[in-house]
Design a protein around this ligand. Sequence first.
Ligand SMILES: Cc1cc2nc3c(=O)[nH]c(=O)nc-3n(C[C@H](O)[C@H](O)[C@H](O)COP(=O)(O)OP(=O)(O)OC[C@H]3O[C@@H](n4cnc5c(N)ncnc54)[C@H](O)[C@@H]3O)c2cc1C
Length: 305
Amino acid sequence: MKEITDIIVIGGGPAGMTACLYALRNGKSVVLIERNGIGGQIAQSPRVENFPSVDSISGSELADKMFEQITSRGAIFKFGNVESVEKEGEVFTVKTDFDTMQARSVIIATGVEHRKLNLKNEDKLIGNGISYCALCDGAFYSGEDVTLIGDGNTALQYALLLSSYCKSVHIVTLFDKFFGDASLVAAVKKRDNIKITHSLRLVELLGEDELRGLVFEREDKTRVEFPTKALFVAIGQMPDNHIFSGLVDLSVDGYIASDENLRTRTPGLFVAGDCRTKKVRQVTTACSDGAIAASNASTYIESSG
Ligand SMILES: Cc1cc2nc3c(=O)[nH]c(=O)nc-3n(C[C@H](O)[C@H](O)[C@H](O)COP(=O)(O)OP(=O)(O)OC[C@H]3O[C@@H](n4cnc5c(N)ncnc54)[C@H](O)[C@@H]3O)c2cc1C
C-alpha cells in the first residue's frame, strides 16, 4: 500500500490552497487534488480589488501566486476529479478518476459551480453562444454585441470586462435593481456601451446548434424577443457536495455543515470555503476557512497519534 499522507485537500481554490499553506507550516505532508484549473472561481475574475494589501490584481495572477507559494513549500499537486471519500478506522481513502490515495485527515474545499438557466437546449448551446465565464470566452466576441444575464457582483464585473472590447453589452436582470457593490453598479452605469434592462425573465433560448436569440417574459406575462449571438450567464452558484453525503451533513441547498472549527460530523474530515454553510463567500473568507481547517486538521492528527 502507498504511503499515507497527513492531509489531503480536495479543491485548488483559495480555501484549499490556504489550507495547504497552513498544513505545511505545521509540518504536515499535503496532497492537493484539483479537477479543473488551479485557483477555482477567482481565476475567472478579471480584477480583484478587495484582497488585503493588494490594490488590484487579476484573479489568475493571485491564484498563480498562491500555487507557487504552496508548491515551493512542498505541497504535492494531483490533477483529478475526486469521486469518493471513505473512512475505515483512522484512515481516509480518496478516489479520483486517476488514482487512489490515503490520508489521516481530509479537507473538503470544493467551492461552488455556476448555476445554470435550466432552459431547453442550454447544454447544446454552451460554447455555441452561451458562456458562464466572461474572462474565458469574452474575447471571442470582441467588437460584437453581447447579452448578459445577472444582477450581482459577478455580472457587474463581467459587464465591465466585456464592455472594454465588445461593441455593446446588454445587461438584463430579473428584478428591478442590481444586488452588487455600489461601486461596481456606478462603474457599469458610467459606461456608454452598456445598456441595462430590468424586470425581464429569460424563458427561451432560440437556435438549435448556435444561439441566435432570446425570448423574455415581462411582469405582465407578455413576451419580447431579442436577437443575440452571445449570452453570458452570471446568475449565481451552487455547491456539488453529494459525493460526501455519507460522511457529512448537508443543508437543504447542498452546503456542508460544520462547527466553528470547521469540523464535519466525521472526525478528521474538515470543510473550508464556499462549499460550506455560511453567509459571506469571498476570497478572504475562503482563505480564513482554509487556515482554520488546516490548523484543526493538524491538531487532530497530532492528538490521534
Ligand atoms: C467571476 C467571479 C469574480 C469574483 N470576484 C471576486 C472578488 O473580486 N473578490 C472576492 O473576494 N471574491 C470574488 N469572487 C468569489 C471568490 O472567487 C470565491 O469566494 C472563492 O474563490 C471561493 O474559494 P473556494 O476555494 O472556497 O472555492 P472555489 O474557488 O470554488 O474553488 C473550488 C475548487 O474545487 C475544485 N473541485 C470541486 N469539486 C472537486 C472534486 N470533486 N474534485 C477535485 N476538485 C474539485 C473546483 O474545480 C475548484 O477549482 C468571484 C467569483 C467569480 C466567479
